[in-house]
Design a protein around this ligand. Sequence first.
Ligand code: FDA
Length: 583
Amino acid sequence: SDSIVTTEVVVIGSGPAGATAALLLSTLGIDTIMITKYRWTANTPRAHITNQRAMEVFRDLGIEPQVLADATEHGLVGDTVFCTSITGEEIGRIHTWGTRPDREADYRLASPCLTVDIPQTYLEPILVRNATQRGAHTRFSTEYLSHTQDADGVTVEVLDRLTGAQYSIRAKYLIGADGARSKVAADIGLPFEGAMDIAGSMNITFKADISRHVSHRPSVLYWVVQPGSNVGGIGAGLVRMIRPWNEWLIVWGYDIADEPPVVDEQAAIQIVRNLLGMPDLDVEITGTSLWGNNEMYASRLHLGRVFCAGDAVHRHPPSNGLGSNTSVQDAYNLAWKLAAVLRGQAAPALLDSYTDERAPVAERIVKRANRSSREFVEIFEALGVLDARTEADMAAAIEERKDNTPAGAAKRAALVRAMDLKNYEFNAHGVELGQFYASSAVLSDGSTRPAPTRDTDLYYEMSTVPGSHLPHAWVGDSSRRLALMDLAPYTRWTLFTGIAGEAWAQAGEKIAQELGVPLETVVIGPGREVTDLYYDWAKLREVEESGVLLVRPDKHIAWRAMTLPEDPEGRLRQALLSILGRD
Ligand code: FDA
């Protein structure tokens, strides 16, 4: 290379992982260059379900209103339908993404945000725009070629695809957020479990106004049982809403062992008409693509100064809608740690906690998504259509569920069970929110996590045991209502205590100054910064009023004290030094 540019962090990729990382780093004032191979962001809608934890990240970053403005709102996402075609027989519905009234309560109690739908083509520009506005250098048409690292930094070789020129970027750290075919992950030899391309899928995007058939049962997903819909793919044929109700994406499977199918316009129109059950529909095909389903995760996410995030380290089907969400949350876990080390607030050892905390999440979501995709077979089995080869065979088998016969009754009972099982894909609140961290960046107070009282995939249970995510409660005063998380912004550490624990504020100020760490104390109680509006916090905090929670920038609880000790300053110093790897 002729020239070399320098920065603190270089991010490869502008997808949900990379763009979120660049946005977080620039928000923290870290000098960042984000490069991405293509001339713009994602060119197909791809991921869309955006869960509460990802929305909380956007809330924290101050971009929640921008995301909501481009999203399909919560109320329209959840009447998920199983059918023989959009105009055909309905096999059943399931309230999804926390829209069933009893589950909606769980979701609303757990977070100030609700699940919405925003296709990647809408989300990425918001992330990239804000990252760039806040100071990140964004370079499109720029390809990562290779890197070397030494004791002081990383040198990254990149290609400007417009001019053909190569140059080097010298950085302190490198984030490889370059997707499922990550070259960065391969270059640092990350160890992977599982396999790629275990099933084939095709995406067909099209425009057609089908409001008449769907707007009375509004959903993001309409699942179609037709001959061939359990071959390859993601469990069944899928008609997915991109924009209500005139832009759509079909996911249809194919056998990965066969030659890849040719999806020309004629073939695409035929598949659309079949799944919609509208043989004469006038449809505008806007795109087609083939993609492989993966079941693969990395057991280590970094090597030295190089960190991988997003699909680079977890690759799985879209089932459960975890891909983009988990990628956003990887970045949320990593960025503050890099900033803390770069600013001399933490020892580099803090960075090891990235793998310790996020690798178990990667494994969990990859396994859950694949299991959910496979569990569709229960519906095919319940209907008795697994062996049906022709449309007529399949229709007859599906028809049998109407019969007043023992076979009909058995089919109906089997359907109840099969539909119930899909809650593990569509209402898996525990998978979505229940991420608990065990690492050197969390200091135990000697307590153990309470045993779960309900299924840990379906239900999320709040706790303040160190490693847990900060529980949600509304606080405020007569003029405003805030989520607790709003008082613990990403730019700092936060101590939460009650009036009897006010002494923590002084200790916090002293330690913040002494250690050079941004740390503020929030006292919750009448006449203080905020009050416990609904008296919920008193029941959620698990510590005494004089106790304290030390909350990390990413809202996980780093440490807690049940009561005010004799020497709060000493205890806090000890805790922070240990968490920051400085002891
Ligand atoms: P992502 O793949 O989004 O981004 C990778 C980035 O790296 C891109 O910006 C790319 O340009 C860049 N890059 C790659 N190599 C580079 C290089 N050498 N140099 C520079 N830049 C480089 N999920 C879901 O939940 N529902 C869905 O329906 C779908 N559908 C879907 C369809 C298709 C076709 C794909 C490929 C994926 C999906 N997904 C999906 C998965 C979802 O899109 C995925 O989980 C997230 O995009 C992951 O975000 P990342 O930021 O990790 O990678």
